[in-house]
Design a protein. Structure first.
Length: 288
């Protein structure tokens, strides 16, 4: 049986990819930077140590592996990440399923453009998952403002974005990894079925969680000033501002039917996502 390395196992997408692969009884290795922490948090799994900034971890992590779910942690040096791709090629990896971003092919200045090119040039057979805006951003970097100030706080103006559930992306990743032949060389633009703005998300959230949630539409400068004062790192704030600027100017609203063409199901809608994550949006003191 083939062994699949799941990178970013402790992250948003890696967790969901691992779950989907387990349902398919695939043999997986979970790549983590801190195996002892992962063991405490996620229990017994097949862990392997992988840190892109420590090249000596590459070969042991790739031992016995023939397929990889590969995600790019935004703070990683491209030279380190590309060294890992090079080592994967040397070792004879047969398939990389790479988590990219929608429209990466048109954005030569972003890391995903360069990473896709590095994978293609390595000659390793690949599938690119060019994913739309994650719904799970709401329960991750927007969560603090939702919980503490009952508001969605991002500088996206009235722009619409193609909210995409990470669980749907993980499903396509798992299918690509376990049914490789059908997905080799494919570049999938994966989105939800609807592009909506953050006013609509706030209204839907209000209805479902039963507490008024507003969307404050800060300017990019207001957002940066506020987040800096809150103690977030400026590099991270710039990445978040950049993503929402693309939404604001109307470039994130494209939707595709790739998910339903592959799965013959509709992508997860925003209502289902909010219901499934409802407990995360509720302050702890109000849970009796
Ligand atoms: N957010 C969106 O809307 C969106 C949309 C499309 C595409 N994307 C892309 O999705 C990716 C982010 O995916 P995600 O949200 O699943 O990530 P995430 O939740 O932020 O998790 C990052 C993962 O990377 C691991 N990691 C960090 N530094 C590492 C290193 N030096 N070596 C090895 N592993 C390292 C982390 O492990 P530790 O536990 O050790 O920190 C963690 O497992 C990005 O490439 C982003 O551009 C995002």
């Amino acid at each position: 049986m083939s062994n699949i390395l799941v990178t970013g196992f402790t992250g948003n997408t890696g967790q969901e990819v691992a779950k989907k692969l387990k349902v398919k009884n695939a043999s997986i290795l979970c790549a983590v930077r801190h195996p002892e922490n992962a063991l405490k948090k996620y229990g017994e799994q097949n862990y392997v140590h992988l840190d892109y900034s420590r090249h000596e971890t590459f070969e042991p992590a790739l031992l016995g592996i023939d397929r990889i779910f590969l995600m790019y942690p935004p703070e990683t040096l491209l030279s380190d990440f590309h060294a890992f791709i090079h080592k994967s090629q040397e070792i004879g990896i047969r398939h990389i399923v790479y988590l990219s971003v929608k429209d990466a092919q048109r954005l030569p200045f972003i890391p995903h453009f360069k990473n896709e090119r590095a994978i293609a040039r390595s000659g390793i057979p690949y599938t690119f998952l060019r994913a739309g805006y994650f719904m799970q951003n709401l329960n991750l970097f927007m969560l603090d403002e939702i919980i503490k100030n009952d508001r969605i706080y991002v500088p996206a103006g009235r722009g619409k974005t193609s909210f995409t559930d990470v669980r749907d992306i993980a499903e396509i990743a798992a299918r690509s990894l376990t049914e490789s032949a059908a997905h080799l060389g494919k570049k999938y633009a994966l989105t939800g079925s609807q592009a909506i703005d953050f006013y609509e998300v706030a209204r839907t959230m209000t209805t479902i969680i039963g507490r008024p949630i507003s969307y404050s539409q800060p300017s990019t400068q207001e957002f940066k000033t506020y987040m800096l004062a809150k103690g977030l790192e400026s590099k991270y704030i710039n990445v978040v501002s950049g993503i929402h600027f693309i939404t604001k100017i109307g470039l994130a609203k494209g939707i595709t039917d790739v998910y339903s063409n592959i799965t013959h199901k509709q992508p997860t809608g925003i209502e289902t996502y909010i219901k499934d994550y409802q407990a995360s949006f509720t302050p702890e003191e109000s849970i009796s």
